[in-house]
Design a protein around this ligand. Structure first.
Ligand code: PMP
Length: 354
């Protein structure tokens, strides 16, 4: 039979999202969602929404949402771009800022595994820099890596390691001749955002999401903050795919969520304090836990393989993420859940390890 698929569709290895098995109720600690519900303001915006307006396409310019984001971030609405999850924005960064016949996109060997997929999909050369032995990123080496632009997740995934803002600023400055994309999906748990630097540096794009810090993973909304010249590149590429990536309800809900800073601060402080408790408890069970600034921890056990830990937990109704990949196959990435969920994980681990 003739194969009608393109070479790309036939050959690309797509990103694999965390599993969602339906055979039983799991304690789900495998996709870095926030354990707390969205802000009451966001839920109210949803309930009060005039659903009859859904017959119309969403506001093309997303003015109200972009203004709400701009107000919260201390930038202008012209500096904000919104998309259907930060994944979509990160994807658009590749055609917007890299050429297929250019020097390529530089990023770490152990980082968000969507970056190499985007590069492959858009046929952009990959320049991969190995992280150090301790999984830290040597920014000097990244600066020295020839590429059209660089992409850094801060805090990094799946390691959870964060880079302080001072080091990021020096890096952005040293790379002033090329674009620097910072993926700050996990910044709500670190508080060293580089958004203020976008006013000073015209080569910087900061990408954020409502999925983690705002407990709205199910809404699918993210945003980028940058100089308007970079924003226009994202807009032009978006308009080659989909003029309306963020639906009406989503625009209203996210605008309300970002206006409720008190709630955001409160729930994310709870996640951070649980992260510290979980890290200590895992260490006392024989795990090495990388110092996390995210809402997950990356941990390996002294006597058990990553796969064994993953499978033992799954059999006991707890899902964590295991990557069968070079350098990290001994680790599991464990989302910080609620106190009860973390206790369930620790109980299951204690039982197995004994
Ligand atoms: N960046 C990183 C590092 C992530 O781990 C994720 C979540 N998988 C995303 C971006 C994308 O998040 P979303 O599309 O939900 O905004």
């Amino acid at each position: 039979m003739k194969n009608f698929l393109s070479k790309t569709a036939r050959e690309i290895a797509p990103y694999t999202a965390g599993e969602q098995p339906a055979d039983r109720q799991y304690v789900k600690l495998n996709t870095n969602e926030n354990p707390y519900p969205p802000s009451p303001e966001a839920l109210k915006a949803y309930r009060d929404y005039d659903f009859s307006s859904l017959k119309l396409y969403p506001p093309l310019e997303m003015r109200a949402l972009r203004e709400a984001i701009a107000a919260a971030e201390g930038v202008g609405a012209e500096n904000v771009f919104c998309g259907n999850g930060s994944d979509e924005i990160l994807a658009l960064c590749f055609p917007a800022f890299f050429d297929a016949d250019g020097e390529g996109a530089a990023f770490a060997d152990v980082t968000y595994s969507f970056y190499p997929v985007f590069a492959e999909f858009f046929k952009i050369p990959k320049k991969i820099l190995p992280l150090e032995e301790d999984f830290s990123l040597d920014l000097k080496k990244l600066t020295q890596t020839p590429a059209q632009g660089v992409i850094v997740a801060n805090p990094n995934a799946p390691t959870g390691i964060g880079i302080p803002l001072g080091e990021i600023e020096a890096f952005v400055q040293e790379n002033s001749g090329r674009v620097v994309i910072l993926d700050e999906a996990y910044m709500p748990f670190f508080d060293q955002s580089a958004v203020p630097l976008t006013k000073k540096y015209d080569n910087l794009v900061v990408v954020k999401t409502f999925s983690k810090g705002y407990s709205l993973a199910g809404m699918r909304c993210g945003y980028a903050v940058a100089d308007p010249a970079l924003i226009s590149g994202l807009e032009r590429c978006r308009d080659c795919f989909n003029s309306y990536p963020v639906d009406r309800v989503c625009q209203a809900v996210c605008a309300a969520a970002i206006g409720d800073k008190a709630y955001y601060d409160r729930v994310n402080a709870l996640v951070i304090s649980e992260r510290e408790r979980l890290s200590r408890a895992l260490a006392s069970l024989g795990f090495t836990v990388l110092p996390s600034k995210a809402n997950f921890v990356f941990a390996k056990h002294a006597a058990l393989s990553g796969r064994e830990v993953y499978e033992a937990l799954r059999a006991r109704g707890v899902l964590v993420r295991h990557f069968q990949k070079p350098r990290i196959s001994e680790y599991c990435r464990i989302t910080v859940g609620s106190r009860e969920e973390n206790d369930a994980l620790l109980r299951a681990l204690g039982e197995f390890i004994q």
